[in-house]
Design a protein around this ligand. Structure first.
Ligand SMILES: [Zn+2]
Length: 253
């Protein structure tokens, strides 16, 4: 490695690249969790449950209606038989005649009651059907939203993963330019200082600890090519130069 070609701004670039990679990986994790998708899936399972209950309700009502119709048919059959008997000319006593007439009257009245119950059920059934249609429409809507959210998250994840790949390649290139000892110092400081190893001194302020370097200390920091140490936070410290803004802009793209 040619030590002379080593630019200490590479350390800043390395740090910026690593934090950009972490940021993107974090965004990918958020996309994987996908709270919007989870919410929609929960909504879907709730509404599916609602549909199941409504379908059951409708089946119950139709079953009930069928029962009533069978009952009506059965009673009509009885009425018919009684009327046949009544007009068959085989009835001899007045009492027997009266009994048949009473029976027919009773059956007819009963059938009227059952019929009005059946009509009520028909009305209920007709009211349920559009409700179920609405639920089915909602299910279709949620399903298409889920598809959209999945597609969107997939596309975003792809973009992020590609960006991470590019940033990692860039990082490898930057690392190859940094001498081993400087890199070791960088890693060591990063571990000790909460993941941030390098600070930039601008207008006598350290950009990481945000403290003003005392005049006496600051006066000693004047060589652009030299690596210093922040007397306040202990991080590796380099002097500010315009190039740093260019590096930042290049990474944030
Ligand atoms: Zn500092």
């Amino acid at each position: 490695m040619d030590e002379a070609s080593y630019e200490i701004t590479s350390l800043v670039e390395l740090q910026l690249l690593e934090s950009a990679i972490l940021r993107k990986l974090n965004e990918i994790n958020v996309l994987k969790k996908n709270e919007k998708l989870q919410k929609l899936q929960k909504e879907l399972s709730e509404i599916n449950e609602k549909l199941e209950l409504s379908d059951k309700e409708l089946v119950g009502l139709e079953h009930e209606r069928k029962k009533l119709e069978d009952m009506i048919a059965l009673q009509n059959e009885k009425i018919k038989k009684n009327e046949e008997k009544l007009f068959s000319g085989t009835i001899t006593s007045a009492k027997e005649l009266l009994n048949y007439q009473e029976e027919i009257k009773f059956l007819k009245q009963n059938n009227d009651n059952v019929e009005s119950k059946a009509i009520e059920l028909m009305i209920s059934i007709d009211e349920w059907k559009p409700k179920i249609k609405e639920i089915e429409k909602s299910i279709a809507r949620i399903n298409s939203e889920i598809e959209m959210v999945k597609k969107e998250a997939g596309e975003k994840t792809k973009v992020m993963s590609d960006a991470v790949k590019r940033l990692r390649e860039k990082r490898a290139t930057v690392i190859s330019k940094i001498p081993k000892d400087a890199l070791a110092k960088y890693e060591e400081t990063k571990t000790k200082k909460g993941g941030i190893a390098v600070a930039v001194l601008k207008d006598r302020f350290c950009d990481i600890c945000n403290m003003e370097i005392p005049t006496g200390e600051a006066e000693k920091i004047k060589d652009l090519s030299k690596l210093y140490k922040c007397p306040l936070c202990g991080r590796m410290l380099i002097m500010y130069r315009d190039e740093i803004d260019e590096i930042k802009a290049g990474i944030e793209n």
